[in-house]
Ligand binder design. Structure first.
Ligand SMILES: Nc1ncnc2c1ncn2[C@@H]1O[C@H](COP(=O)(O)OP(=O)(O)OP(=O)(O)O)[C@@H](O)[C@H]1O
Ligand SMILES: O=C(O)[C@@H](O)C(=O)CO
Length: 426
């Protein structure tokens, strides 16, 4: 397999978001779960997105995992590797966007890495280094209440600098609007001045096309799906992509079986989607305190779902409001409560699969990562888009047979997302 583009995604929902964007923009793409075992037969593709669960782990662990994935992607032929991070730049002062970007840059020989989380299709834009989410500065958006990485600063030059050893600078919108030549000249000047990363402004797709064209001439970039769009369009324009594929049709073939939704995302979008789902589907709201106290709440959830699932799809949700989340966190600690709830939702997902679920929607990046790992799914083909950033996925090499999944990033999807997803997964 010789690929044109490699990507390392810092969570699984983000990986499927990027894989969806690359597919929509003409690249045959596969999403692997970690570095695949050599025995796994992957289709011939232009791009591979390696999903990792490294957004919220210790920086050293994230760096080790990402650099190993980078070596594997280079061996597969990737001349450019995109580190896919969240379009809301989810991270803390300890990392992991800065440390991983620097490690990948050093592995590739140094230079100034272009960094932009802009993804205009979902309302993420960057202007003068500041990230806006649906028109609100990042620190005023719902991301200020994120359970694992509350974002309190919209100035990404500052955010990235706090996580980096090297200097971080900016490529402003005026430069991006002036075209690829101007961006390249700016990057060369920044490199000479010793900056290791540059936050690039982008407010619309033509900006991302310019950035993608320039990034493709460098070995590494860091960004969200918008930069993926720019890279994919630059590759197709270059004539290096042999054929566009109708692979999505194969990915959409029906799998039958039962259907379920498991949610661990506490984003405002997911909370609203759960309220709307409750109008037409049975929804079990897990009690987070009981989940932390012992396995009884998990057994009760499995029994509740088991009683209903043969009659139609069920929803099991740990998701709670910011106030409830912060109460739990102050009692048990942020990482401990997050981890315990992810373990619980992944056990519930596994039990649902054992009981015949073959169509599964999971809401939340960390939640999805824990569940997909527990289900031991090795890779995914990319099907049709349910909502911007969320495709239908078809398992590759799954021991239990083919399944369809949707891994929904916390903030993505319209209010009827869950029923819309089920309507596309047969
Ligand atoms: N009731 C709760 N109280 C505290 N933490 C919770 C609760 N329910 C879920 N969690 C934890 O909150 C975290 C939510 O993160 P997750 O990445 O799954 O969702 P998200 O951040 O909304 O999605 P994304 O990363 O895709 O944007 C998980 O660690 C989950 O276990
Ligand atoms: O970029 C995004 O917003 C998503 O793909 C994501 O990474 C959320 O976890």
């Amino acid at each position: 397999m010789t690929i044109l583009l490699g990507s390392i995604a810092d969570d699984y929902t983000g990986a499927s978001d990027l894989a969806n964007t690359l597919t929509k923009n003409g690249l045959r793409t596969v999403q692997t779960v970690g570095i695949p075992d050599p025995s796994l037969v992957l289709p011939d593709v232009d791009a591979v997105v390696v999903s990792m669960k490294i957004r919220s782990v210790a920086a050293a662990e994230a760096v080790a995992a990402a650099t190993e994935a980078e070596r594997w992607l280079r061996k597969c032929g990737a001349t450019h590797v995109l580190y896919k991070v969240c379009s809301t730049f989810d991270s803390t002062d300890a990392g992991n966007i800065g440390p991983v970007t620097e490690a990948l840059n050093i592995a590739a020989g140094g230079g100034t890495v272009l960094v932009t989380p802009a993804f205009p299709e979902t309302g993420r834009t960057v202007y003068l280094g500041h990230l806006f989410v649906g028109g609100q500065p990042l620190n005023e958006s719902p991301l200020k209440d994120h359970p694992l990485n509350p974002m309190h600063d919209a100035n990404l030059v500052r955010v990235m600098a706090r996580q980096s050893r090297g200097a971080v600078d900016i490529v402003d919108l005026a430069t991006v609007s002036a075209g690829a030549g101007a961006v390249k000249a700016r990057l060369e000047a920044l490199r000479a001045a010793g900056a290791t990363a540059a936050i690039a402004d982008a407010i619309c797709e033509p900006d991302l096309e310019t950035l993608g064209e320039v990034a493709l001439q460098t070995p590494v970039s860091t960004g969200a799906s918008g930069l993926g769009l720019g890279l994919a369009r630059a590759l197709t324009r270059s004539g290096r992509v042999s054929s566009t594929s109708a692979a999505t049709a194969g990915a959409m073939r029906p799998v039958g079986g039962l259907a379920a939704i498991v949610a661990g995302s506490c984003s405002s979008a997911t909370l609203r989607q759960l309220d709307v789902a409750e109008r037409s589907l049975p929804v079990l709201r897990l009690n987070p305190e009981k989940l932390l106290a012992g396995p009884e709440e998990i057994y009760a959830a499995i029994s509740w779902a088991g009683d209903r699932i043969s009659a139609g799809p069920v929803v099991v949700a740990a998701s709670a409001s910011p106030q409830t989340v912060s109460r739990l966190q102050s009692q048990y600690g942020r990482d401990a409560s997050g981890h315990a709830i992810e373990t619980a939702t992944s056990i519930i997902a596994e039990e649902l699969m054992t009981r015949g679920v073959r169509r599964l929607v999971i809401a939340g990046g960390e939640t999805a990562g824990a569940a997909v790992d527990r289900l031991a799914i090795p890779a995914f083909l990319i099907g049709l888009e349910i909502a911007p950033g969320v495709p239908v996925l078809r398992t590759v090499g799954n021991k239990q047979g083919d399944m369809l999944l949707a891994l929904k990033s916390g903030n993505f999807g319209g209010e009827d997302f869950f029923t819309a997803a089920l309507a596309m997964m047969h």
